[in-house]
Design a protein around this ligand. Structure first.
Ligand code: 5AD
Ligand code: SF4
Length: 360
C-alpha cells in the first residue's frame, strides 16, 4: 500500500485514505496499519490501560432497535433491575479493586422514578468514595434536565452511540419512531452540560457499506468527541435483524477484523481520544480485547454484573459470561502484551482537556 508511513503526520485524512485503510486485507499491510496506530497511541495517550467496571444494572428498555437482544418486544428474556444497594456494592467493589471508574448501563428509560433512582446511586457512590470514583453513564436518550441532574449528582462521562452516522442506514436499523435527529441533539446536549462525550457505531451491521464507516470516522471528528466505544455487530436470533440475516463464521471473522481496523483508523485519525476494546470484540475472539489494545484502543470495560443477571443482558449471541473481574487474570493478560493498568486513575482522554481549553 502506498506509504502508510508517510501519512503519520497528516491530520486531515481524505475519505479515500480512510477507505483504503479499511479495505486492507493482506496480513503484512494489516500489521503495518496496526503498528502505525500503536505508535500514535503511544505518543498521544501512552500504553496504560484504563479499566471501567461495567455494571449492567437493568435490562428493561422502552426501545426496539432491530439488532438488540434486550429490545422491548423480546418476550423471551427475564427483565431485571438490580436493587440500589446491590448496584452501590458493585460500584464500591470496583473502587476497592482499583478501577478508576465505573459505567452505569441499562436499557433506556425516562420515567421520573428512574431518573431519581440513578441520581441517588450516583450521589451515594460519590459520597462513599470521597468523590474519587469516576462515573460514566450509558443510559440512552434523555432530556436536557435529566442529563444536567445526573451531571450535577457527580457523573462526568456519558456514552451514547450514534450506532451509524448515516440517517438512511439508521432508519433501516430502527423502528420509525426512533429518531436519528434526536440522537444527535442528545449528543449535543450531553456536551453542553459538560460531560466527557463518548459515541460509537455498530461495525459490519447488515446494509452497511465501507463508505458508511468512512463517514462514521469523519462524524466522530466533526462531533469532536472524547471517547469512542464501537464494536462488531453480532447476530441475536430474537431480533428482526437476526431473523432476517444469517451469520457465518466467515462473516464473524470479517466483522472482527473490520472492528480492529476501525479502532486503528480512529486512533490514527483522532489521536488523543480514549478508545475502548469492547466486549463484542472479545465475543468474536477470546483474545479480542488484547488485539484491540494492540490496534490502538486504551480502555477496557470488564463486566462486573453479577453472574445470575448476566444471561439476561444478552445484547447478542455468545456474549461472554466469564468473570474477569478477578483482577489478577486481567492484569496478567494485559501485562502479556507489554502494557500496564492505570489503577486508581480516571484515565480521562487528553482530548477532553484540549476541547475544554479551546472553549476558553
Ligand atoms: N451486536 C453488537 N452490538 C450490539 N448492541 C446492541 N445490539 C448489538 C448487537 N446485536 C450495542 C449497541 C448499543 C450497545 C449498548 O450495545 O451499539 O449502543
Ligand atoms: Fe434498548 Fe439500547 Fe438495546 Fe436499543 S440498543 S433496544 S436502546 S438497550
Amino acid at each position: 500500500m502506498a506509504g502508510i508511513e508517510s501519512l503519520i503526520n497528516v491530520s486531515e485524512f481524505s475519505k479515500e485514505n480512510i477507505k483504503s485503510f479499511l479495505s486492507i486485507s493482506e496480513q503484512s499491510e494489516l500489521n503495518k496499519l496496526f503498528e502505525l496506530a500503536y505508535k500514535i497511541k503511544k505518543k498521544y495517550v501512552g500504553t496504560k490501560v484504563y479499566l471501567r467496571g461495567l455494571i449492567e444494572f437493568s435490562n428493561v428498555c422502552q426501545k426496539n432497535c432491530f439488532y438488540c437482544g434486550i429490545r422491548k418486544d423480546n418476550k423471551e428474556i427475564k427483565r431485571y433491575t438490580l436493587p440500589k444497594d446491590e448496584i452501590i456494592k458493585l460500584g464500591l467493589w470496583c473502587y476497592e479493586q482499583g478501577y478508576g471508574s465505573v459505567i452505569l448501563q441499562s436499557g433506556e428509560r425516562t420515567s421520573k422514578d428512574f431518573v431519581l433512582f440513578v441520581e441517588d446511586i450516583i450521589k451515594t457512590l460519590k459520597r462513599k468514595t470521597n468523590d474519587k470514583l469516576g462515573i460514566t453513564l450509558c443510559l440512552g436518550e434523555q432530556s436536557f434536565d435529566t442529563y444536567k441532574r445526573w451531571f450535577e449528582a457527580g457523573a462526568h462521562r456519558y456514552l451514547l452511540r450514534i450506532e451509524t452516522s448515516s440517517p438512511s442506514l439508521y432508519k433501516k436499523l430502527h423502528p420509525y419512531n426512533h429518531s436519528f435527529e434526536n440522537r444527535i441533539k442528545c449528543l449535543e446536549m450531553i456536551k453542553k452540560v459538560g460531560y466527557q462525550v463518548g459515541t460509537g457505531v455498530l461495525i459490519g451491521v447488515p446494509y452497511q457499506t465501507i463508505e458508511d464507516l468512512v463517514n462514521d470516522v469523519l462524524f466522530f471528528k466533526k462531533m469532536d468527541v472524547d471517547m469512542i466505544g464501537m464494536g462488531p455487530y453480532i447476530k441475536h436470533e430474537n431480533t428482526p435483524l437476526g431473523k432476517k440475516f444469517q451469520e457465518t463464521p466467515e462473516l464473524r471473522k470479517k466483522r472482527f477484523l473490520l472492528g480492529l481496523k476501525m479502532i486503528a483508523v480512529v486512533r490514527i485519525f483522532l489521536k488523543d481520544v480514549n478508545i475502548a476494546a469492547t466486549t463484542a470484540l472479545q465475543t468474536l475472539d477470546p483474545t479480542g480485547r488484547e488485539k484491540g489494545l494492540l490496534a490502538g484502543a486504551n480502555v477496557i470495560m470488564p463486566i462486573v454484573t453479577p453472574q445470575e443477571y448476566r444471561e439476561n443482558y444478552f445484547l447478542y449471541n455468545g456474549k461472554p459470561c466469564i468473570n474477569d473481574a478477578t483482577t489478577k487474570s486481567l492484569v496478567s493478560r494485559i501485562e502479556s502484551i507489554g502494557e500496564t493498568i492505570g489503577f486508581y486513575e480516571w484515565g480521562d482522554a487528553p482530548h477532553f482537556f484540549k476541547r475544554k481549553n479551546k472553549k476558553g
